[in-house]
Design a protein around this ligand. Structure first.
Ligand code: C2O
Ligand code: CU
Ligand code: CU
Length: 486
């Protein structure tokens, strides 16, 4: 194996860091990068048909000359194919499970009936199919799909099952945002590669109970730290954090600012300029990047070093993971700008989309959702681990509620609620709201000791749905609960 890693500023390997709390405390200085950028960015194939199947099977693929993935793929593709539809299009999807364990597909961010949502109790065993038939009647945006069986979600996503589901609508089309080759989906994932170049899913107990799996090999659309050639003009990048546990702080190496135009549930009311943005597992960010603004021809998209705020010391951050800890800096990919080709002028509209966020005054109830760590149990929601048929919360269809996530642990928890899009109202502490939180969200990052309030209106069909932490090792170890719309 010939992976070149350069660790900057302190000159110590990540393996050493795990054993010394003192060094670990300053290890945020480290910056891991694979300087090769040898592989051209893969772009997943698109499906536009009204009826199609998604066939999941065991496969082994070489994702570079050094790295092999023995995993599960949908339609023999890693990442899974991108589904692109217009709002209001009906779809028929036949999910065929041939992976040797039970599975079910969830359409992350969609507001669809409970039996279409991929609740873990709908999982089908290997050799069986699940038929989906639904219409997406919600905002244009960057959504995604992935498996959702109880206790096996982390493994199946890690092994290759996850893809984009892009929804378009008239409101968005009218803006004439960059499209075609100027619109690039980027699925960001980290993996642990073992000594023989294989990606295997084998979480240790501390990884399951505490950090989740943190790898030090970045894959973008399945390509290890790839490169992509662009023209000197404006591009739309649809970012999806499809990692099991790792949070990224999206930036360019030279700190050139970019414009956030969308979040989980589609376009923001108006664009926000920034030079960094936290993106937790499950979250999406839609950004516009003007490549004519960069001084150099080659620019690196990176995850910038960041701190995990925590009063409880560094325990959560330093334990157990064989990859680098949460908050470490990484190179994600390189853009190579051809300065001789300037695209059509594009000016970013001041108004992006109409937003009717629910108001505090419309809320009928505030629910507190406590995220805690229980001896011998791992992470829990309101003191309990997931139980398939127990109803943990009941909400009235049509009601608007405020849910307050209270993090009593040392770990960050990206909290995700099915069958709604919500608005983040406020966050305790110093972080405030980040640019994506100006728009519709279905997943929100709750850092250690934070309280985050979100407001949402339950418009979905009656029935049972889940909410959970999108750190997939947390989810699989029980950090999930049922809510029933009645
Ligand atoms: Cu993306 Cu319940 O998950
Ligand atoms: Cu979801
Ligand atoms: Cu969690």
């Amino acid at each position: 194996m010939n992976r070149k890693k350069f660790i900057r500023n302190i000159g110590l390997g990540a393996g050493v860091l795990a054993f010394s709390p003192i060094i670990s405390a300053c290890s945020k200085e480290e910056f891991i990068t694979n300087e090769d950028f040898l592989i051209s960015l893969p772009i997943p194939d698109e499906i536009n048909a009204a009826s199609f199947s998604l066939s999941a099977a065991k496969t082994t693929t070489d994702i570079s000359k050094d790295i092999r993935l023995s995993g599960f793929q949908i339609n023999e593709s890693f990442p899974s194919p991108t589904i692109r539809k217009s709002k209001g299009d009906p779809v028929n999807i036949s999910f065929k499970n041939e992976i040797g364990q039970e599975s079910i597909i969830h359409w992350h961010g969609f507001i669809i009936p409970p039996d279409m949502d991929g609740h873990p109790r709908d999982a089908v065993s290997s050799g069986q199919n699940y038929e989906y038939k639904f219409t997406v009647n919600q905002r244009a945006g960057t959504y995604w799909y992935h498996p959702h069986p109880d206790k096996l979600t982390g493994e199946q996503v890690y092994k290759g099952m996850a893809g984009f589901y892009i929804i378009e609508d008239e409101e968005e089309k009218a803006l004439n945002l960059p499209s075609g080759k100027f619109e690039i989906p980027l699925l960001i994932q980290d993996r642990k590669v073992n000594g023989s170049g294989e990606i295997v899913y084998n979480p240790s107990r501390p990884e399951k109970m505490m950090t989740g799996i943190l790898g030090d090999q970045i894959l973008i659309n399945g390509g290890p730290t790839p490169y992509h050639e662009v023209e000197s003009s404006v591009y739309r990048l649809r970012l999806l954090n499809g990692s099991n546990a790792r949070i990224y702080n999206i930036a360019f190496k030279d700190n050139t600012p970019y414009t956030v135009i969308g979040a989980d549930g589609g376009l923001l009311p108006s664009p926000v300029d920034t030079s960094e943005l936290l993106l937790a597992p499950g979250e999406r960010a839609d950004i516009l990047v003007d490549f004519s603004k960069f001084a150099n021809n080659n620019v690196k998209l990176i995850s910038k070093i960041f701190e995990i705020p925590s009063s409880g010391g560094m325990m959560g951050n330093m334990m157990g993971s064989g990859g680098s800890e949460q908050g470490t800096g990484f190179s994600l990919m390189e853009f190579r700008i051809d300065k001789s080709i300037t695209g059509a002028e594009f000016s970013i509209p001041e108004q992006l989309s109409e937003s009717n966020f629910p108001l505090r005054s419309e809320s009928s109830k505030t629910r507190q959702i406590r995220l805690s760590m229980q001896m011998m149990q791992g992470h829990t929601i309101n003191g309990k681990r997931f139980s398939m048929n127990r109803v943990d919360e009941q909400v009235k269809q049509g009601d608007t509620e405020i849910w307050e996530f209270i993090n009593e642990t040392n770990e960050p928890h990206p909290m995700h609620v099915h069958a709604v899009q919500f608005k983040v109202l406020e966050r305790s502490g110093n972080r405030g709201l980040i640019p994506t939180e100006k728009g519709w969200k279905d997943t929100v990052l709750v850092m250690p000791d934070e309280r985050v309030q979100v407001i949402m209106k339950f418009t979905s069909e009656k029935g049972l749905y889940v909410f959970h932490c999108h750190n997939l090792e947390h989810e699989d170890s029980g950090m999930m609960a049922n809510f029933e719309v009645i």
